[in-house]
Design a protein around this ligand. Structure first.
Ligand code: SF4
Ligand code: SF4
Length: 430
């Protein structure tokens, strides 16, 4: 369920010659860029804060409720600035943008999904600043947490669209069923379809974000045989959509993208699947701490075996890290402490389109080892759907080759040891 309405690898960037540049803010006229950013932040602060005190005390007060000190917040700001690949001079600006974000009007729609993203953001025991900021954004409409119900709730949504036309942030979670004119999903007192509500709300949003794999690419509701004809958000609107896939999405990726939107007033650079390059340009396999074991042909071959204890590579247990682009290994989940491979299970490829159909079975390597493509190393854009199986074959071939080589070496050294011990025995006998 790829992002159908996207024509080039730079997503919604209007400049056709534009190429992704990690140092984008300092490589061209830094003073001019900084002035533009500062002017924009000034305008937004004037709009969303009543006075200087309100502006300065807003976020520190929120963070204090959760016991997050100013020092911890500054550390987080430095982390997010570097995650966004911005120069350090942006740190105070990132802090200002995070403050503004808590006052920017939001509409959060829930479509066909398990609400895992909402749960992930709102229910952490020790939330990070990213999660706290998401808890405190000015949500004008979100079915799962809002007090109004029925007609009152619907009025709230339509009034937010009218009042903040072109300014509100729209976040959609969940796939959109399109079968039977969308009637597989109806919401609210009037029984409008999710399809109708999404289209209407997307029309006037300042920025549109699909959070989680279901909203981005259809996810599990769109898995074969897809009885409700569920699709990702970009298939039902002709507006540009920023996809923040994964199951659930990492709060850092959502907040970072929103902070960049606040800073520059437009979406960050995207890959051909609509994902922000700052977060999704790296392949998990390339940043995995088990990669050395992959190269050395050292694999876990059974849950709980010796390789598992030594944290060997999980490729043979089905890890989809070689086919998956996301920053899980660097941004990490659960209060930034872990990610699947560190916990001992392979990646299931949840930030890729149609992962439920293409990446299963999750605990088996799913490449066809008959085709060998040596040295497959590509970006997500070069690594199109057609190349998936072929590249997988190259990776599988490496795994098989190094695995067999390793086994042979192991056998050889075992034989040599036996020979030696035989000799020793002979010596002893002598
Ligand atoms: S296959 Fe998986 S566990 Fe092995 S190095 Fe790649 S990402 Fe890490
Ligand atoms: S490691 Fe893989 S399965 Fe886990 S969250 Fe990241 S992309 Fe999804």
């Amino acid at each position: 369920m790829a992002n159908d309405n996207r024509s080039n690898s730079n997503g919604n960037n209007s400049d056709p010659d534009f190429k992704w540049d990690p140092l984008r803010f300092i490589s061209k006229k830094p003073d001019e860029v900084l002035k533009k950013v500062d002017d924009r932040l000034d305008v937004l602060e004037k709009e969303y804060f009543s006075d200087k005190k309100d502006k300065e005390e807003n976020l520190p007060n929120i963070l204090e409720i959760y016991g997050v000190s100013r020092r911890d917040f500054l550390k987080w700001t430095a982390f997010l600035t570097s995650a966004l690949m911005l120069p350090y001079i942006f740190e105070p600006r990132v802090a200002r943008a995070a403050n503004i974000l808590t006052r920017t009007p939001f509409i959060w729609l829930d479509m066909a999904d398990c609400m895992g993203n909402t749960e992930g953001f709102l229910r952490t025991a020790h939330p990070t600043p990213a999660e706290i900021i998401l808890n405190y954004v000015s949500v004008n409409y979100m079915e799962s947490i809002m007090a109004p119900a029925g007609y009152q709730a619907e009025t709230r949504r339509t009034e937010t669209v009218k009042k903040y036309k072109g300014k509100y942030i729209l976040v959609v979670e969940g796939a959109i069923p399109t079968g039977m004119d969308g009637k597989f999903l109806t919401i609210g007192a009037k029984g409008d379809t999710g399809l109708k509500i999404t289209k209407e709300t997307a029309k006037h949003a300042g920025v549109i974000i699909a959070v989680g794999n279901c909203a981005a690419y259809g996810g599990i509701p769109a898995a074969n045989p897809n009885p409700t004809s569920a699709v990702g958000l970009s298939s039902v609107t002709n507006r540009s959509v920023i996809n923040i896939p994964a199951c659930p999405a990492n709060p850092v990726n959502l907040v970072g993208t929103l902070v960049e939107y606040i800073l520059i007033g437009k979406a960050p650079q995207l890959d051909s699947l609509g994902r922000p390059l700052w977060a999704y340009s790296g392949r998990l396999h390339d940043n995995c701490y088990r990669r050395g074991h992959f190269e050395a042909g050292e694999y876990v071959r059974q849950w709980g075996d010796d390789g598992a204890k030594k944290q060997y590579c999980l490729y043979m247990m089905g890890c989809k890290g070689p086919f998956t682009w996301n920053n899980c290994t660097t941004a990490e989940y659960n209060q930034d402490i872990s990610f699947p491979m560190r916990a001992g299970h392979g990646c299931i490829g949840c930030s890729q389109p149609a992962f439920w159909d293409r990446m299963t079975p999750f605990e088996k390597p799913n490449a066809d080892a008959k085709i060998i493509i040596p040295g497959i190393e590509a970006t997500a854009d070069e690594f199109g759907v057609g190349l998936f199986a072929a590249a997988g074959a190259g990776i599988a071939a490496h795994a098989i080759y190094t695995g067999v080589k390793k086994k042979k070496e192991h056998k050889k050294s075992k034989n040599e040891k036996n020979d030696d011990s035989g000799k020793n025995d002979d010596n002893k006998k002598e």
